[in-house]
Ligand binder design. Structure first.
Ligand SMILES: Nc1ncnc2c1ncn2[C@@H]1O[C@H](COP(=O)(O)OP(=O)(O)OP(=O)(O)O)[C@@H](O)[C@H]1O
Length: 276
């Protein structure tokens, strides 16, 4: 990771207390960085702490200790509108389920219009409409899609709307949390191509949370492997996926679906635990 980091995460710790005695150490001394203009993938089995890391980074979740710096400034969870807006200009998040940011009863363009109102107050109604259509065109959609209600769009189209919504804030970083995981393989590859193009054209940096190593191979430059709240391996995608040092990483790679792949559940469960 040679470029200046745009995100620096240092020694994050987060424990969730579930009951009187039970607790989960979701982040355990986690440090990592995202180089400016790069794509860092965070991989690991379900429950390994990937989403918690993403949520702490964007300030949706607090950490018990440790620091997160974005573009050199420390970020903390806040409800202050000005601070939230300032952060949203730097970093946007795209989730697995785009439905969450869409209002069922309004055309999907409304969600983008709302972002523009927040981040581009100088635009009047007509200029916002023009910008909405520009953003739709950027993600491969047209006016007909913009004026449709969410139910009339496919999963892939809705995820494109979510990406357009993120772009409307003109952020420098997009955090994608399993953003292509719910899409079938051919739609997934189209959305990945779109993300690659947008990254090039806008100089974006991506933090890409996924459990899918073929997606990592396709889009990421660097990767960290999480297990039980800790980062257990890190490096460039080629280093980690071609020459993994940790047995756990080797197992993740061995158990990733590929043509002709047959799950070896016994071995996998023994090594990854029942939550895998
Ligand atoms: N708000 C919360 N309250 C209690 N426990 C939580 C909370 N958020 C996360 N956890 C726990 O922290 C651990 C890490 O969860 P996290 O969602 O970060 O994992 P993940 O790697 O993103 O998993 P997945 O791939 O299934 O989304 C899990 O054991 C989870 O149950």
């Amino acid at each position: 990771m040679s470029q200046t980091p745009i995100i620096e995460v240092e020694r994050l710790d987060r424990t969730f207390h579930l009951g009187r005695k039970a607790s989960v150490h979701a982040l355990d001394d986690v440090s990592c960085e995202l180089g400016a203009g790069r794509c860092l993938a965070v991989v690991g089995e379900s429950g390994s702490g990937k989403s918690t890391l993403a949520r702490v980074i964007v300030g949706l979740e607090s950490a018990d200790s440790g620091t997160v710096r974005i573009a050199g400034a420390e970020v903390r969870p806040t409800t202050a509108r000005r601070e939230l807006r300032r952060r949203a200009k730097l970093v946007q998040m795209v989730f697995q389920d785009p439905q969450g940011s869409l209002n069922r009863s309004l055309p999907v363009s409304a969600t983008i219009d709302e972002m523009l109102r927040a981040h581009r107050p100088e635009l009047d109604r007509a200029a916002r409409r023009a910008r909405v259509l520009e953003l739709f065109a950027e993600v491969g959609l047209n006016e007909r899609h913009a004026d449709a209600k969410p139910a009339a769009l496919s999963g892939g189209q809705k995820q494109r709307v979510a990406i357009a919504r993120a772009l409307a804030a003109e952020p420098r970083i997009i955090v994608l949390d399993e953003a292509v995981s719910a899409l079938d393989v051919s739609v997934q590859s189209q959305v990945l191509d779109l993300l690659k193009r947008l990254r090039r054209e806008h100089g974006l940096s991506y933090l890409f949370i996924t459990h899918d190593l073929s997606v990592v191979r396709d889009i990421a430059d660097d990767v960290v492997v999480m297990r039980s709240g800790r980062i257990i391996e890190r490096g460039t995608v080629d280093e980690v996926l071609d020459s993994p040092r940790e047995p756990y990483t080797r197992l993740l790679i061995a158990s990733a679906p590929r043509p002709g792949w047959k799950p070896r559940r016994g071995l996998r469960d023994a090594l990854l635990g029942s939550g895998a």
